[in-house]
Design a protein around this ligand. Sequence first.
Ligand SMILES: *Cc1c(COP(=O)(O)O)cnc(C)c1O
Length: 390
Amino acid sequence: MEKKIVNNYGSFDLTFVKGKNATMYSADGRKYIDFIAGIGVNCLGHNNRHLVKAIRKQASRQLHISNYYFSDTGLEFADRLLSATGFTGGYFGNSGAEANEAAIKLARKYGQLNGGSKRKVIVTLESSFHGRTLATLTATGQERFHPECFAPYPEGFKTIKPNDFDSLKNAFDDTTAALLMECVQGEGGVNLINPEWAKAAAQAARNAGALVIADEVQTGMGRTGTLLASDWLGINPDAVTLAKGIAGGIPMGACLFRNKAQGVFEAGDHQSTFAGNPLACAAGLAVLETLTAPNFLERVEEAGEYIRNTIRNWNLPIVKEVRGKGFLIGTQITDGIKPFDIEVKCLENGLCTTTAGSDVIRFLPPLTITDKEIDEGLAIYKSTLEEFCK
Ligand SMILES: *Cc1c(COP(=O)(O)O)cnc(C)c1O
């Protein structure tokens, strides 16, 4: 078929038609192991029975009702999500960038109420990624995301260097509205944040009177082996943003809040037509039920460690480091080899992967991937990496 939508993504000339769990099939009938799950979105894999059933059931009841009213499904999802994550209130949106926009507006209003018009600055980290709208691009701590063609960018953002205690010295003051940070930098290269540094940064932000906000669009919803990554990082955020896996493949985002961030938003402050759409909330409920089932997330943690250790034990000369947490996994490749070339070769060999940062191959497999699918994918990965060692 002729492809008429804009190729904004540099997409491969490859069309997929169906999938089952972590296995996908292309239009020409080839089988692929899915180690990216739609960039962490398909957390229950493809064609998950429980998820499909929940979506079917909701679709036959109501798809959308506008936010002039409440939907029973939306209320139930909000209730369950808040009690599972330990937050007290929230805003539902449609994507990660929109969830972060909501968090930025929340922080700015909080700053206005607690320090006046000078408390507006959002502090983010170098090599972070927060989205593609103008404000979230500005929040993103990578220069390549700030091309001149989209200028002017909004004011009131500043970046500091992660894992560097010196960077905390003058980072926060009475102009800071919030510290906004990922718990593991996904797009930026699967970069782990040192928990000691993260806790010190959160404390310094709080001491200056600012909010602490975790961007868990990628790390949230079980990706790193706990429902939220901020649970193990120990920063106890006042607000958290979620999207990607939250509804298993239906577009959805959320900004959850508590503590000092609770009660900041009032009626009229922030809205969106599709926000909290009942179909997305029904899918979210099915995802949450699966993630909170006994032993489900423990297995994500263990299987993630198995993948990392397996790659390490190959002792391949082109692998510099294997890192990550749970099912957010990065292979850092030695200088001189482009990760994108490896991604292309993996795809030719039947494995879907993606890149991160400048030198990392990133895996975000479905959280439901079977041991067999993991081993099939790893076998393809090993032989592909070996081709680059010759
Ligand atoms: C993907 C991502 C976003 C942007 O989400 P969209 O749904 O693409 O707008 C924001 N923050 C992080 C950490 C992400 O990984």
